[in-house]
Design a protein around this ligand. Structure first.
Ligand SMILES: Nc1ncnc2c1ncn2[C@@H]1O[C@H](COP(=O)(O)OP(=O)(O)OP(=O)(O)O)[C@@H](O)[C@H]1O
Ligand SMILES: [Mg+2]
Length: 464
């Protein structure tokens, strides 16, 4: 059975358009024109998703959102706001809306948003809750894994399963793919979440210091050991020990680590007593341990102990669906931090972001968006706001050797003009808050032409 969507929109034309469009997308659709009726309806039948306008005749969308979330905390609600209401959008997220969409919007954008929200809702119903978990005092950075890509979703399902066990996990993946975030997620979803999450970066400390940090030492056990220090193996008791950049550990220490994993007990430096400890071990690396085994840099026996369960994080270039999802998430975050009004991406900026290969993965994307938010001085992030090397990498299809030059330039030029035209119209509509006469006037076209083009490009209209 297809999912049921409830539309709450007082403007007749938009309500009709949305109903027809979503029915075409094979959803079951119910549409009402006020919030009061929507709340009543929720008591009578199960709804998978609510698409709600904010400006409604009596109770506003935000007020309704608050009430609905109290009665149905699990309900997925997307708020539709006019451009002027970006503050409302932020407020909506705080009140528990899953997302928002700014009018006038592109129907394809809405389609993608609904699809991704329903996937999330489905995952939730199957018991895989990937939204931020309970706030814990020992967590410094409670981020959550955002994804809209099948390969990452599969990985998230595995995280949910692994969390419930004590299995040792090896997380592999290029730099910036989210290894640490995954390690934290496993911890906070596990029964050990009330215990400590202890991270050690094996590449950051010289061998002897790393050893005494892990094992701890008794007072006077070596020059400079003025007092007793508890090792991280002991601190991680009942919690999780995350060994980041495990490939950087010396072979000497690798042997010692192997012994601790096998025996689950260890001796602090200079001490004679054995300490028992119960931690879950998660290790991460961006280097290939197999290659290092063949060169003798990494011990094979330790590898098998660590690699009981491997989670391999795909690079960002192999999860195209995530680029814009993450870009919007970071834009939101950085606008908030910099007290800027929420910025949207111009269509050409979306094109650039989607084409770039992201060798530094999610971390690089996050940095690029921070750069763009700071540089932007309008309502939109344009390609020129992004770091220069990212624009420089933009593919120029005109030089694609697979096509004859003629064929190339004619199709791409036409397509490019269309993309540009659509972008101009959406931007202008937003600037004019959906007012069609004003938009047509500032674009220097007739209102009829504007309406025709809005239809052609499937730009949803509102009379706000
Ligand atoms: N799927 C995601 N959703 C949201 N944020 C993400 C996601 N993946 C990564 N991030 C964020 O990107 C940044 C980099 O992630 P993280 O530090 O976990 O990567 P890493 O693989 O450990 O990188 P490195 O190898 O450089 O240590 C972090 O701020 C993290 O919160
Ligand atoms: Mg890391």
């Amino acid at each position: 059975m297809s999912e049921k969507i409830l539309i709450v929109e007082d403007e007749l034309n938009l309500r009709k358009l949305l109903s027809i469009f979503l029915t075409q997308q094979q959803y079951q659709v119910i549409a009402v024109d006020n919030a009061e009726e929507a709340i009543e309806l929720l008591a009578q039948q199960p709804i998978d998703l609510i698409l709600m306008d904010n400006r409604l005749p009596q109770m506003t969308g935000l007020e309704a959102l608050k009430i609905i979330k109290e009665i149905h905390p699990e309900m997925f609600i997307i708020l539709m706001t006019a451009y002027a209401g970006v503050d409302t959008a932020v407020e909506a997220l705080k009140l528990g809306a899953i997302d928002y969409i700014v009018k006038p919007f592109d129907l394809n954008e809405l389609k993608a948003l609904i699809k991704r929200t329903l996937e999330l809702s489905k995952a939730k119903k199957q018991g895989i809750d990937l939204s931020p978990k309970i706030q814990l005092s020992n967590s410094d950075n409670q981020g959550h894994i955002l994804t809209n890509s099948p390969n990452m979703m599969e990985l998230c399902r595995n995280i949910a399963k692994i969390s419930q066990t004590k299995t040792t996990v090896l997380i592999t993946g290029e730099s910036g793919t989210g290894k640490e975030l995954v390690a934290k997620t496993i911890h906070y979803y596990s029964t050990r979440s009330t215990g400590p999450f202890i991270k050690v970066n094996c590449g950051a400390l010289p061998e002897t210091l790393l050893e005494s940090t892990l094992f701890g030492h008794e007072k006077g056990s070596f020059t400079g050991a003025y007092q007793r220090q508890i090792g991280l193996f002991e601190r991680a008791h009942r919690g999780t020990l995350f060994l980041d950049e495990v490939a950087e550990m010396s072979t000497n220490l690798q042997v010692k680590l192997l012994r601790v994993i096998q025996e689950r007990e260890f001796e602090p430096l200079g001490g004679s007593r054995l300490i028992k400890t119960d931690f879950r071990l998660i290790a991460a690396t961006n280097r290939s341990l197999q290659d290092m085994i063949s060169t003798g840099e990494f011990r094979e026996d330790l590898f098998y102990r660590l690699n009981v369960m491997e989670l391999s994080l795909p690079p960002l270039r192999n999860r195209k669906n995530d680029v814009m999802l993450l870009a919007r998430y970071f834009a939101n975050q950085f606008c908030h931090e910099n007290n800027k009004e929420l910025l949207d991406f111009s269509i050409s900026a979306v094109e650039v972001l989607n084409q770039y290969a992201w060798p530094g993965n999610v971390r690089e994307l996050s940095n690029a968006i921070e750069h763009a938010v700071v540089m932007s001085n309008g309502l939109f992030i344009y390609p020129q706001d992004l770091p220069a090397h990212i624009i420089a990498h933009k593919k120029t299809p005109d030089f694609n050797p697979d096509f004859s030059e003629d064929e190339q330039s004619s199709t791409t030029l036409k397509e490019k003009v269309k993309i540009y035209e659509k972008e101009l119209i959406i931007n202008e509509l937003k600037l004019n808050r959906g007012h069609r006469e004003n938009t047509a006037r500032s674009l220097g076209i007739s209102k009829r032409t504007l309406l025709y083009k809005m239809q052609e490009y499937e730009i949803a209209e509102t009379i706000n």
